[in-house]
Design a protein around this ligand. Structure first.
Ligand SMILES: Cc1ncc(COP(=O)(O)O)c(C=O)c1O
Length: 392
């Protein structure tokens, strides 16, 4: 057994401000005695984030960027869908390869998820696939995913919404600042501890529509305005404590991006000898790397992951297997790139045969540890171990 390298035992490690950096912000809570309900820290976080997104906005003519904090990205997705008026039982298309949050958010909003096959080049649902599925099926909304933090092309998704009238909410959980804000589609982001811009827990919803953001805010606070219930609601507010971490994180954001960029460059260098055996996620350079996933030329992802303990490396399969292979989602219908749907109650083998690209991801894609605490030696050890495992 090799000597375990502690930093390779986990594939993600949160990179949050330390207690000393948080203290000045926590003291502000002591001073204001404002602990939640859109207090000064949540407001400051929203302003700072809006400025950050506006600074990289190539389309200011689309209208000002608006956003509101929410307790989690999961709730941003669920509440966002409610704002899009998904009817009870309405079908919402989500990719088959994503975090369980996507179909669960659809369920929470009263809809029913359809799992769409992913594209082999981009590893996620494309507007073309969504169009094919929408031509043959009545969809109430689509939830494309910026998979592993790689941002989505907004023109094509806005065009989809304009042409079909079907609203779009982009799950850009790990793509803060990298996902350009569309003209029409909503965008949900995560501040979960392990995301590049972490705040422990938290999220926010972004839109160019002030009306939608106003309604999300009311919904988040029990559907009340001045203590009067004006519509349906829940409690999905972000506390001042989480906002304090979020505000402190702005001071570290440049360094976080720089570090993740360096880690990716080191991985690229050490993966060069494996160029004939694997490839990196397409579009990765557009992301602030969140999780590093490799596409193996041979369908041996499960074998590599199973061999992880023998080399003391936490290889992983984030977002895999495809959701229709999870017991809880086995009863969802699936749709292929041509738009044909296999009904909810079909056997797993029938669904799997209908979803060739999601199945390919399942057997070819493996994740390697990626976080700011890896030394070059750790990265070198991961890549040489992988090389040995692939040769075996
Ligand atoms: C793609 C995706 N969507 C949604 C979520 C949910 O985010 P949160 O943990 O902030 O609710 C995650 C979290 O990891 C995610 O990876």
């Amino acid at each position: 057994m090799p000597q375990p390298r502690p930093m390779l035992q986990k594939y993600l490690i949160a990179d949050l401000p330390k207690a000393d950096a948080l203290l000045p912000f926590l003291r502000r809570i002591d001073e204001t005695r404002w602990h939640t309900n859109f207090g000064p820290l949540a407001t400051e976080f929203e302003h700072k984030m809006r400025d950050l997104l506006a600074a990289v906005d190539p389309y200011p003519d689309f209208g000002a960027i608006r956003l509101t904090t929410i307790s989690t990205c999961h709730h941003a997705l669920a509440v966002g869908l409610r704002m899009l008026h998904v009817p009870q039982g309405g079908k919402v298309l989500v990719p088959a390869v994503t975090f369980p949050s996507c179909p669960l958010a659809v369920q929470e909003a009263g809809g029913e998820a359809i799992l769409g096959d992913v594209d082999p080049d981009t590893w996620t649902l494309t507007p073309q696939t969504a169009r094919s599925i929408a031509e043959k099926n009545k969809l109430s909304a689509v939830m494309p995913v910026a998979i592993y933090g790689v941002p989505l092309p907004i023109e094509a998704w806005d065009e989809f919404q304009r042409d079909t009238g079907i609203p779009v909410i982009i799950d850009a959980a790990a793509a803060i600042e990298r996902q350009i804000i569309p003209q029409l589609a909503l965008v949900a982001h995560s501040l979960h501890a392990t995301k590049p811009f972490g705040a422990g827990e938290g999220g926010f919803l972004v839109s160019r529509s002030q009306d939608i953001i106003d309604r999300v805010r009311i919904y988040s606070n029990f559907g009340t305005l001045d203590r009067i219930s004006v519509f349906d609601g829940s409690n999905t507010k972000m506390s001042e404590y989480h906002a304090a971490v979020g505000v402190a994180q702005f001071e570290r954001w440049q360094a976080i991006k720089q570090k993740r960029h360096e880690q990716l460059s080191l991985y690229k260098k050490h993966l060069e000898p494996l160029a004939s055996s694997l490839s990196l996620q397409p579009g990765l350079d557009q992301a602030v790397t969140s999780a590093l996933m490799l596409r193996l030329n041979k369908p041996v992802a499960a074998e590599v992951i199973a061999a992880g303990p023998t080399v003391a490396i936490a290889f992983h399969k984030m977002y895999l297997p495809p959701l229709y292979r999870h017991p809880y989602f086995a009863n969802l219908s699936v749709a292929n790139q041509k738009g044909y749907v296999i009904a909810r109650n079909a056997p797993l083998e029938t669904k799997a045969a209908h979803m060739p690209h999601s199945e390919t991801m399942f057997v070819h894609i493996v994740g390697v540890p990626f976080h700011p605490f890896l030394e070059e030696e750790d990265i070198g050890y991961v890549t040489t171990s992988l090389q040995r495992l692939l040769a075996a």
